[in-house]
Design a protein. Structure first.
Ligand code: NAD
Length: 517
C-alpha cells in the first residue's frame, strides 16, 4: 500500500494481482452525496423494476463465473472450489431470492390492536428504504458477504456505499463493475476501496445505517463512532463456534463435518468450527477418523483444482494461529497432526491442525483463532456439553450432532448462539432465506432472510381512526366521572376481555356524548 493506492497480492504467491485507489475522506463524502442524490428515484421504482437490474447483474456474474471465482481465489488464497461453492453459489442464489421475495417480505402489514380495533381504529406497518447504507466488509468472504448485503439494500430501495477490506479490493470493484454493466443508475452502488481510515470516513459521512462485518475490536470502534451521529449499526463479528458430537451421532459423517467445518476457507470463516466437544464413549474413534480425514487433505495454490485447503489470506492472521497453538502446546495440548507452517515458503500456509488434551484455560479455546485448527475436548453428559459450549464470550453459530433429532433440538435450544444447527455446520450463511447474526461478542442485528431485509428499512406505523367525529374518551375535560371511568378501564379494559369492558359501556357513552359547557 502507498499513499494513494492499495496493491492487491495473491497471498499464496506474493505476486501483485492489481491495484485499487485508497479513497480519501473527501472522496468518501462525495460518494455518499452521489448516493444520496440517486436514491430517491431508485426508491420510487417498483420491486419488479429494481429486480430487473439485479437479475441482469446476476446474469452477468454467472456469465463471468470462472473469471470471478479465479479472482476470489487469487485475492484470498482459497480454493477455486470454495470460491464457487461458498461465494458464487450463495450470491447468485441470494440475488434470485431477494428479487423474487422482497416485495412480499416488505408488504405492508396489518396489526391486530385488540379492543382499539372495535373503536374504529386500525394500524399498519409500512416499510420504507432507509436511504444510504454503508457496508464495511472483511476479507474472508469478499464476494458473498458484501454482495448479499448490496442486493438486499438495493431491493429495499436504498443506495449503497461499500468499503471492502483493504486485502480484497479487486473483488469489490468487480461487484461494482457488474452492477454498472447491468444498468444500475450511477450513484446507487459506490465502491470506496481503502483501509480502516476509509471505513471511519464512511461513518463520518453520515450514512443512514452501517452494516459492519469484521472483528470484535473494530466492531466496537465502529459502534462507538456511529453513536456520535446516532447512526444505527448491524455488527456481524467473530465467533468461537462449538460443535457437540453426541454418542449416538453418525460418527463418520460428524468427523467429515468437523474437518470441513474447521478447515474450509483455511478456517477463516466467522462460523468455523473452533471448538469440538465429543462424548467420551466415542471420542477415540471420532478423533481417529478426524485425524485420518485431515491427513488426507491436500494443501496448495487455490487455483489448483485438486487442492482442498489453500493459503491463509494474511500473515497477521497466521501469526495469531501460531500463537494460539504454541500457547496450547505449552499448557499441555497434544498436536495429532499439523501444528506448523505449510511446506510452501511463498504463501501464508498453515497446515490443518488437530489438537487434543485442550481445556478452557487455553487461548485456543477462548479467543477467535480464525485459522485451520481443530481442538477437540471430551464430555460425559449433555449438561456438561451445554455448559462447555456456552462458556464463551462469543455466540455466532453452534452445532449438535446426533441421530436423535428431539435430543438435538433440546440441546440446540439451550445453546446461546444466533444459529444452532443439528447435523450441519457453517453453511446457513449461504441460505438466503434464513437470518444470520450472533449474540454476545458476536454482535447484534441480522443479515439475510426477512430479519436481514428489515434491517435495511425503516418500519413506519400508520394508525387510522375512522370515527373522526368523536373525541377520545381520555381527552380533556376531567371530572369525578372521568376518574371513575378511567379506574374502570384500568380494571376491565386492560384484561383484553370485551365482556368485562362492556360493563363500562354506559359510562363510556355518557362521556362521549356529554354536552359540553
Ligand atoms: P477487521 O475488523 O480488521 O476489518 C473489517 C473491515 O473494517 C475492513 O474493511 C477494515 O478496513 C474496516 N475497518 C478497520 N478499521 C476501521 C475503523 N476504525 N472504522 C471503520 N472501518 C474500519 O476484520 P477482518 O480481519 O477484515 O475480518 C475478520 C473478522 O471478521 C473475523 O473476526 C471474523 O470472525 C469476522 N467475520 C464475521 C462475520 C459474521 O458474519 N459474523 C463474517 C465474516 C467475518
Amino acid at each position: 500500500m502507498n499513499d494513494r493506492e492499495i496493491i492487491s497480492r495473491d497471498p499464496a504467491t506474493g505476486k501483485e494481482i492489481g491495484r485499487a485507489p485508497l479513497s480519501s475522506p473527501e472522496e468518501v463524502r462525495q460518494a455518499v452525496a452521489r448516493a444520496r442524490q440517486a436514491q430517491p428515484a431508485w426508491a420510487k421504482l417498483s420491486f419488479r423494476e429494481r429486480g430487473r437490474v439485479v437479475l441482469e447483474a446476476r446474469r452477468l456474474m454467472l456469465g463471468a463465473r470462472d473469471e470471478v471465482a479465479l479472482l476470489v481465489s487469487q485475492e484470498t488464497g482459497k480454493p477455486i472450489a470454495e470460491a464457487l461453492s461458498m461465494e458464487l453459489v450463495p450470491t447468485l442464489d441470494s440475488m434470485h431470492y431477494f428479487v423474487r421475495a422482497s416485495e412480499s417480505l416488505l408488504r405492508p402489514q396489518k396489526i391486530d390492536i385488540g379492543q382499539y380495533g372495535l373503536m374504529g381504529r386500525s394500524s399498519r406497518l409500512v416499510f420504507e428504504p432507509l436511504g444510504v447504507i454503508g457496508i464495511i466488509s472483511p476479507w474472508n468472504f469478499p464476494l458473498a458477504t458484501p454482495a448479499d448485503e448490496v442486493v438486499m439494500a438495493l431491493m429495499a430501495g436504498n443506495a449503497v456505499v461499500l468499503k471492502p477490506s483493504e486485502l480484497t479490493p479487486l473483488i469489490a470493484l468487480k461487484i461494482g463493475e457488474i452492477f454498472t454493466r447491468a444498468g444500475l443508475p450511477a450513484g446507487l452502488l459506490e465502491i470506496m476501496t481503502g483501509d480502516g481510515s476509509t471505513g471511519a470516513a464512511l461513518i463520518d459521512a453520515r450514512v443512514d445505517k452501517i452494516m459492519f462485518t469484521g472483528s470484535v475490536a473494530t466492531g466496537k470502534r465502529v459502534a462507538e463512532a456511529a453513536a456520535k451521529y446516532l447512526t444505527p449499526v448491524v455488527l456481524e463479528l467473530g465467533g468461537k463456534d462449538p460443535m457437540i458430537v453426541l454418542e449416538d451421532a453418525n460418527i463418520e459423517n460428524a468427523a467429515r463435518g468437523a474437518v470441513w467445518g474447521a478447515f474450509a476457507n483455511a478456517g477463516q470463516a466467522c462460523a468455523s468450527v473452533e471448538r469440538c466437544y465429543v462424548q467420551e464413549t466415542i471420542a477415540s474413534k471420532f478423533v481417529d477418523l478426524v485425524v485420518r480425514e485431515t491427513r488426507a487433505l491436500k494443501q496448495g495454490l487455490g487455483t489448483d483444482q485438486a487442492i482442498d485447503v489453500g493459503s491463509m489470506t494474511n500473515e497477521r492472521q497466521r501469526k495469531i494461529v501460531e500463537e494460539h497453538v504454541s500457547d496450547a502446546v505449552q499448557r499441555g495440548a497434544t498436536v495429532l497432526t499439523g501444528g506448523r507452517r505449510g511446506a510452501n515458503p511463498e504463501g501464508f500456509f498453515y497446515e490443518p491442525t488437530v489438537l487434543t488434551d485442550v481445556d478452557h484455560g487455553m487461548t485456543i479455546m477462548r479467543d477467535e483463532t480464525f485459522g485451520p485448527v481443530l481442538p477437540v475436548m471430551t464430555f460425559k453428559t449433555d449438561d456438561q456439553a451445554v455448559t462447555l459450549a456456552n462458556d464463551s464470550a462469543f455466540g455466532l453459530t453452534a452445532s449438535v450432532w446426533t441421530r436423535n433429532i428431539a435430543r438435538g433440538r433440546r440441546i440446540a435450544e439451550r445453546i446461546a448462539a444466533g444459529t444452532v444447527m443439528v447435523n450441519e455446520v457453517v453453511y446457513t450463511h449461504g441460505i438466503a432465506q434464513t437470518p444470520w447474526g450472533g449474540v454476545k461478542d458476536s454482535g447484534y442485528g441480522r443479515t439475510h432472510g426477512r430479519l436481514g431485509l428489515l434491517e435495511l428499512v425503516t418500519t413506519k406505523h400508520i394508525h387510522i381512526n375512522r370515527i373522526s367525529f368523536l373525541p377520545d374518551l381520555w381527552w380533556f375535560r376531567y371530572d369525578p366521572s372521568a376518574t371513575k371511568l378511567f379506574g374502570g378501564l384500568a380494571t376491565h379494559f386492560t384484561t383484553g376481555s370485551l365482556t368485562k369492558t362492556a360493563r363500562l359501556l354506559p359510562q363510556m357513552m355518557r362521556r362521549l356524548f356529554r354536552s359540553r359547557p
